[in-house]
Design a protein around this ligand. Structure first.
Ligand code: SF4
Length: 358
């Protein structure tokens, strides 16, 4: 690891000069000073690439131009706008925070890193981003881009996802920060990580840091940064029954501490392995006397990868001969023509699009 003072000074100087002359990455929230819009963009961009997040940001700003508008939003409207971004807890926390700031803080964002960090759902990264971009506070952002640029340039082999590693990177990032213009510096390091020092095939020949970069000099770009924990991806099997009564289907809102909270889905049977139609028929729903249906038919599957899970979903159509009470207080019969007005997980949307419901 090469962290001499001269190497650190060189880093900050070259990075900020590059930002002024060569950084042409353009995104609508750059140079934004409104803490609400900066916060909104940061919430959307957690776990989401900038280009994917961009249309969502624009839609949210149009629907809710101020934090008060977001605080007054109907939950379902906000979830529908969020549809397709995943990690729906982000949307839920965002609405809660907007309501807290509007009702308890008179609609004014805290203007310090510590004040922002005290808000629910705002972690060190978002607090530093809002504090520096909106108020010029001297706080360095540390995200995946920053870990990568620092690990490679300084040749840091410490894993970035351990308590010790997080501390090493946070201290170094804070030391390197240009305190006179923290907003420009933070933007520069994130943009360099996103456009030049990319996870695969970094453009070292276009990089302002190449001359003193340890990873470049020692051929370590493919090995840095180091992650200690390998993500274990598990499969979950969802078997969905599309209970159809005339031109309606039955859906319910997901609740509880699980994925896709507050989104709607058809009747779900989760299993240890994918079920076929005969296995589905042994579910207790089909034993109810009032449950009278035509033949069940398998109609396709959709696979969706989340960070730690792969969700394998199979869909079965079950036309009913009589409207049945499914005894689920979050459930309702929804007109097929109105499906677009409801917020669904991406998996179910893909199915609906494939089967031309939309
Ligand atoms: S020289 Fe290459 S590896 Fe080093 S910081 Fe620049 S892009 Fe990253």
């Amino acid at each position: 690891m090469e962290t001499s003072d001269s190497s650190k000074k060189y880093f900050t100087k070259r990075l900020t000069a590059w930002h002024q002359t060569d950084n042409d990455r353009s995104l609508p929230w750059k140079s934004e000073k409104d803490p609400y819009k900066i916060w909104l963009s940061e919430v959307i961009l957690q776990q989401t690439r900038a280009l994917q997040g961009l249309p969502y940001y624009l839609r949210f700003v149009e629907a809710f131009p101020t934090i008060k508008d977001m605080a007054a939003a109907n939950d379902d409207d906000a979830f529908r706008l969020w549809q397709g971004l995943g990690y729906y807890n982000r949307c839920k926390n965002m609405l809660n925070t907007a309501r807290f700031i509007t009702n308890d803080l008179n609609g004014t964002f805290p203007d310090t890193y510590e004040g922002l960090l005290a808000l629910k759902g705002i972690g060190p990264y978002t607090a530093a981003a809002v504090a520096s971009f909106a108020y010029g506070a001297p706080n360095a952002v540390v995200d995946g881009n920053v870990y990568r640029v620092l690990a490679r340039y300084f040749g840091i082999e410490e894993p970035f996802d351990t308590t010790k590693g997080k501390k090493v990177f946070a201290l170094l990032a804070q030391e390197l920060l240009d305190k006179k213009d923290s907003a420009a510096y933070n933007q520069a390091i994130m943009d360099l990580g996103a456009t030049v020092c990319t996870p695969r095939n970094p453009s070292c020949n276009d990089c302002p840091l190449q001359k003193k970069c340890v990873a470049f000099e020692q051929g370590l770009t493919g090995l840095l940064p180091v992650k200690s924990k390998k993500t274990i991806v598990k499969k979950r099997y969802f078997n969905y029954l599309l209970l159809q009564w005339k031109d309606t289907i039955w859906v319910h809102k997901r609740t509880g501490n699980d994925i896709w909270q507050n989104l709607h889905e058809p009747f779900l049977i989760e299993s240890e392995a994918p079920l076929d139609a005969n296995e589905v028929l042994s579910h207790e729903l089909f034993k109810k006397e009032a449950f009278i249906h035509k033949d069940i038919s398998y109609t396709g599957e959709v696979s969706q990868r989340l960070t730690h899970r792969i969700i394998e979903s199979r869909f079965f159509i079950v036309p009913l001969l009589k409207k049945t009470d499914i005894s689920d207080k979050e459930g309702k019969w929804l007109s097929i023509n109105n499906l677009k007005k409801t917020a669904f997980p991406k998996t179910f949307l893909s199915f609906l699009e494939k089967k031309l419901y939309f």
